[in-house]
Structure formats: C-alpha cells, structure tokens
Design a protein around this ligand. Structure first.
Ligand code: FES
Length: 152
C-alpha cells in the first residue's frame, strides 16, 4: 500500500533530486546545442539587396590585388580586385559559429580567431571545425560609372 504522506526528509530528498536532474538537463542541452548548431546562427546579410562601391572613393581597390572590407547591414564582407574589371566579394562571417574572420595577406588565407578555422582566398574551408565554405556574392563592374555592385 502506498503511503499517503511523505516525511519532510523524503520531500527534501525528492525535490533536491528533481532540481539537480533538471539543472543537469539544462546544462547538457546548452552544451549539445552549442556544439551541434554549426552555422545555424551566423549573421547573414539580407538576400536580394545590392551594395554599390564607388571605386574613386576606395583607393585600396584601384589596383589588381587590392582589397577592402566593408560592413553591409551589420555584416562584414571583403572585396578583392581580381582583375581590371573583375572583383570577388566574400562574407567575413565564419560558417562555424559566426565569428568575424580575418584575412591574413601574408598567408593568403582567412583565419577565424574563435576556434581556428581557416579558409583559402576563394572562401573554401582548408581547416575546421567549420565545414562550409564562406558565403560569396556576385559582383558586377560598371565601367561607365567606375563602380562595383555587390549582390547580396
Ligand atoms: S566560429 Fe568557430 S571556427 Fe570560426
């Protein structure tokens, strides 16, 4: 037969066990989510917009091989001049967990300060933990206005 009442000691032990179990569950859940949600939360620019760069205002992009970073709608991007009329634009948001990566010109690669991911100059992963390449954006050079349009 079940007891209708539990002692004070049994009540304290039972509530303590429930509290510890729920705290452990919340902690494990937080750890699991932080380790498994790769790339689910990086800041991404709004799609379907464009960003125009007037080259006369950005001498860093006047020569082939030049590059410059911009912030578009709170998202850091980097633009490289790859030819007289060609440009490349990449997101600087790490695809692992969204840290802002750095371009290291001496090694010609991107490095993430958070967990060490590395990407080549085209944004391809060369060292994890990131497993997805950097987001790239279509670019268009307009010779009549000497501008570059970045399509986000
Ligand atoms: S955020 Fe983890 S490697 Fe970049």
């Amino acid at each position: 037969m079940l007891k209708d009442k539990i002692s004070r000691r049994e009540f304290v032990q039972l509530t303590g066990s429930i509290l510890i179990a729920s705290m452990a569950g919340a902690t494990l859940s937080a750890l699991f989510n932080s380790c498994t949600k790769e790339g689910s939360n990086p800041v991404q620019p709004p799609q379907g917009t464009s960003f125009t760069i007037k080259l006369s205002e950005h001498p860093d992009l006047s020569q082939v091989g030049g590059f410059k970073t911009f912030t578009v709608n709170s998202t850091p991007i980097i633009v490289f001049r790859t030819g007289q009329t060609t440009f490349k634009a990449l997101s600087l948001v790490c695809t692992h967990q969204g840290c802002t990566i750095n371009w290291v010109n001496s090694s010609m690669q991107f490095q993430c300060p958070c967990h060490g991911s590395k990407f080549d100059k085209d944004g391809n992963v060369i060292q994890g933990p990131a497993s997805r390449n950097l987001q790239s954006f279509r670019t268009e050079y307009k010779s009549d206005t000497n501008e570059v349009v970045i399509y986000l």
